[in-house]
Design a protein around this ligand. Structure first.
Ligand code: NA7
Length: 557
């Protein structure tokens, strides 16, 4: 916290020094704390804005919130703890938010992590002090500490995005963003509700609300291709089988494209007959979940191949939704399938057969304003008691920018990234020594099973810090060339796919004014891991490691 004194801005004196400060106490922050403290013996502090652990799963408590990665694989591996992996029993194929939160709390208790976390505290400034080679970290309560290393574990989907609709403050009912859901829950019984947004969140939420509300208006701008999750209780036999093969399953997940125990087959969608293709799509559709994405290897590369899968899903929508006009409105026509996040659904399409659900097409008639009574589009005013904003997040960079990170010469992260993120491996960035970003931009992050990618980053950072200690160095920073090559490589890989052509939060187009860039790395989890391992094996090739020389800094050398 700064305070004006004799016209000068003075920062409060640091109260304590840590080897590392970690920001965020979700999966990433907890595992990082565990490795830093218990593997390396470092003195650490974690800052967390919420009043408990959980990250995404702490904030996103809306009805129907559920993970789209299968629970058996969306879990810490044996690298965290063999016992934990064997002891914990997930109950459903896709775990709901309450169960995941219970798991995360269990992890924090089991590994005694709570004691090093300061809750209800937001980091508002983190500035690298070049003279002393320290990060000066300031929290929103004015508390200042220093740290040798700053590690962000803030998640990719933590900065809620609420569009600036005119008149939002005039609404007399209740309004909520799904990512900031009240802990006491929301009673939808007999209420008229508008849900704005039909991304993964809206698709999970809408069928749940429709069961209780008097009426739900689903405000859709862009329809998505939704795939049934076929969620179900986990059979004891399946759990036993996975637990018996933990090592080989995780080895596989670490090598596949998206960190799941499934990968692309060696065949094009255009290499089989129409009938064979339909059978393959049908088999994947009835399994539910991500297998549909892994039916052929060219669905995100070839438009022609892609259209076969896209039309398969549109045909399913026509089967599931009784009103042909509504079915058509729910059918994406403006983007190829799998080029934006495909929501997994649980009865979403059937919800539109209910009498108390109305689909409002914002494409033909956008929202003009929020009124005291509800929402006015170009065509009508919808009077409601509750508005739910399922409008997503300022993804990947939004939560990083909120930390007020400043590197060498006081340059902010925003300034360094004014033309878009510039990272080396998505884990570090030039000019910001001793800063690591877990699942940062230009790493696989959201295009993967997050826990697999988090573990990989945390393990890699732990190894890097150990290497520094053993080598007697205390400054690490990417070299300009390494950063430049990574950005180029990242863009080349993305531009070889259909992804950049589609509007989505993957490219930042959901936030007005945000730079259109490809934020997550599309090269695949397995390939990415191999690159990171190679860099480490070559003594952290592409990073400059050195011994801090205060005298040289003072001379400006
Ligand atoms: P998403 O996927 O970004 O979806 C947000 C939705 O909100 C999407 O349908 C948007 O329409 C809609 N939206 C956003 N702004 C507006 C405005 N101004 N007017 C109308 N509609 C708007 O966020 P989610 O929370 O669903 O999912 C985020 C991730 O969390 C998800 O992918 C999982 O990884 C977990 P648009 O598509 O932009 O036309």
């Amino acid at each position: 916290m700064t305070s004006p004194e004799n016209g000068q801005t003075r920062r409060a004196e640091p109260r304590e020094h840590f080897d590392a400060v970690v920001v965020g106490a979700g999966f990433a922050g907890l595992y990082m704390l565990h490795r830093l403290r218990d593997t390396l013996g470092l003195h650490c502090r974690v800052y967390e804005a919420g009043d408990d652990v959980g990250g995404t799963w702490y904030w996103n408590r809306y009805p129907g919130a559920r993970c789209d990665s299968e629970s058996l694989y969306y879990t810490f591996s044996d690298r965290m703890s063999k016992e934990l992996l064997q002891e914990w029993n997930w109950t459903e194929r896709y775990a709901g938010q309450p169960e995941i939160l219970r798991y995360i709390k269990h992890v924090a208790e089991t590994f005694d992590l709570y004691k090093d976390i300061r809750f209800s505290t937001r980091v508002v400034d983190a500035t690298y002090d070049e003279e002393r080679n320290r990060w000066l970290v300031t929290a929103d309560d004015g508390h200042v500490v220093t740290a040798a290393f700053l590690i962000t574990a803030v998640g990719c989907l933590s900065a809620a995005s609420v569009p600036e609709f005119k008149g939002r403050q005039d609404f007399l009912g209740s309004q909520f963003h799904t990512g900031l859901w009240p802990h006491e829950g929301v009673d939808f019984t007999s209420k008229r509700v508008a849900v704005i947004g039909t991304g993964s969140t809206g698709v999970q939420l809408i069928p749940e609300i429709a069961q209780h509300a008097a009426h739900v208006y689903v405000m859709q701008r862009t329809p998505n291709y939704c795939i049934p999750s076929r969620n179900a209780p986990l059979a004891a036999e399946v759990v036993r089988e996975v637990k018996a093969k933990v090592s080989s399953i995780w080895e596989l997940m670490r090598s596949t494209s998206f960190g799941h125990p499934i990968d692309f087959p060696d065949r094009s969608a255009l290499s089989v007959t129409e009938e064979e293709r339909r059978d393959i799509y049908e088999a994947a559709w009835s399994k539910g979940g991500i297998p549909l994405a892994f039916t052929f290897n060219d669905l995100v590369i070839s438009r022609e191949a892609n259209e076969t899968a896209a039309e398969f899903v549109r045909a399913k929508i026509r089967e599931l939704v009784r009103d042909p006009h509504v079915a058509e409105l729910l059918s994406p026509r403006d983007h190829p399938i799998f080029t934006r996040r495909v929501p997994l659904e649980n009865g979403y399409y059937e919800t539109f057969n209910r009498e108390n659900v109305t689909l409002v097409d914002l494409r033909s008639s956008p929202i003009e304003e929020i009124t005291a009574a509800g929402i006015r589009t170009g065509e009508a005013e919808y009077e409601v008691d509750i508005i739910v904003y399922a409008t997503g997040f300022d993804a990947v960079t939004g939560s990083l920018f909120k930390l007020g990170i400043h590197g060498r010469d006081g340059i902010s992260l925003q300034e360094h990234w004014r033309e878009g993120p510039r990272t080396y491996l998505g884990v570090a960035t030039r000019g910001f020594p001793n800063l690591f970003m877990i699942t940062g931009p230009q790493s696989p992050s959201v295009l993967s099973n997050m826990v697999v990618s988090i573990e990989q980053h945390v393990d890699w950072i732990t190894d890097c810090l150990r290497h520094m200690r053993e080598s007697g160095v205390d400054v690490v920073e990417p070299l300009p060339d390494a950063e430049m090559h990574w950005v180029t490589h990242h863009n080349e890989i993305a531009n070889a796919t259909l992804v950049p052509t589609t509007n989505s939060w993957w490219v930042g187009s959901n936030v007005p004014g945000k730079l259109r860039r490809i934020y997550p790395y599309l090269g695949g989890v397995g390939n990415y891991r191999a690159v990171c391992e190679q860099v480490a094996a070559r003594d952290y090739d592409g990073f400059h490691m050195s011994v801090h020389d205060a005298a040289a800094v003072a001379r400006g050398a």
